[in-house]
Design a protein around this ligand. Structure first.
Ligand code: HEM
Length: 245
């Protein structure tokens, strides 16, 4: 990433830290600063608005109950591309914010090979080499990057269909809809992972913190990097303490 983008991101983090607060209590760690939380929820709001208006346009069956929420059919069609543009704008800043921790590594390739064990909760602790984000989270992030680019290009081609050849517009419809379905599937998995599958994750996007126990369970590499302690040792110590009680 260019140093200008990096400087901008660092400055924005600093400004937002002054606007909001993140309290980290004993036994907790800072996971997502105010700026990251602001970007994440802005992306999420405009994604959901784009999805709802998009589905209303796509399906007449959904249209009759979603479109009235946005002031009727013509207004839903008018709003959809603007929600999409705002989703792209916020996601661009989120991209800059998360570019570094989302870099794909050898550890992520190994994680994808263990994905079945992860899904079925076979291991009590994640592997030592899982850092700030795991391979699945990175796959989701990069799928959004690709989809956001596809949404933008095909969306603009459909928006200005009076100056674009008809076959290009027709192909754009198909690509736009396929990207939408991919994102919907990713979104459903993401919400499940961020809430029910991993209790204690959701609060990281609300107050910015997680417990140390959460960190050594799901992201041992990150836990070691910020505390200097070994995740498995701390887990075993905590287990013994619980058993002695
Ligand atoms: C509305 C429901 C949503 C919930 C409950 C939710 C929850 C969360 C939580 C708790 C995290 C932090 C995970 C961690 O620190 O390990 C997170 C991260 C993230 N969120 Fe969301 N989110 C939602 C919507 C969205 C939407 C709509 C998008 C984009 C289209 C999105 C994109 C991401 C990405 C890329 C990450 C980082 C990678 C990951 O954790 O998968 N989220 N989300």
């Amino acid at each position: 990433m260019s140093s200008t983008a990096k400087n901008f991101d660092e400055k924005a983090r600093g400004e937002f830290a002054r606007l909001g607060t993140t309290r980290v209590h004993r036994g907790e760690l800072l996971r997502h600063p105010v700026y990251t939380r602001f970007l994440h929820w802005s992306v999420a709001i405009f994604f959901i608005l784009s999805l709802l208006t998009g589905f209303a346009i796509y399906s007449p069956w959904l249209f009759h109950w979603i479109a009235p929420l946005f002031g009727g059919g013509p207004r839903t069609r008018l709003l959809h591309p603007w929600f999409g543009v705002l989703f792209n704008v916020f996601f661009l800043f989120q991209f800059l914010n998360w570019f570094a921790p989302m870099a794909w590594t050898e550890a992520d390739r190994r994680w994808t090979k263990r994905m079945r064990r992860y899904v079925t909760n076979e291991d009590r602790l994640e592997s030592e080499d899982v850092g700030f984000f795991n391979g699945g989270q990175k796959l989701y992030f990069w799928a959004i990057v690709v989809s956001a680019i596809l949404f933008l290009i095909t969306g603009l081609l459909m928006w200005f269909d009076d100056v674009v050849p008809r076959w290009v517009v027709a192909v754009s419809y198909v690509i736009h809809d396929l990207a939408g379905l991919l994102m919907l599937a990713g979104f459903i998995i993401h919400v499940y992972e961020g809430t029910a599958h991993q209790p204690g994750t959701f609060r990281s996007m609300i107050d910015g913190t997680v417990t140390e126990r959460w960190a050594w369970t799901h992201h041992p590499g990150w836990y070691r990097a910020i505390t200097g302690r070994d995740a498995r040792e701390d887990y075993e110590r905590e287990k013994r303490r619980q058993e002695e009680r």
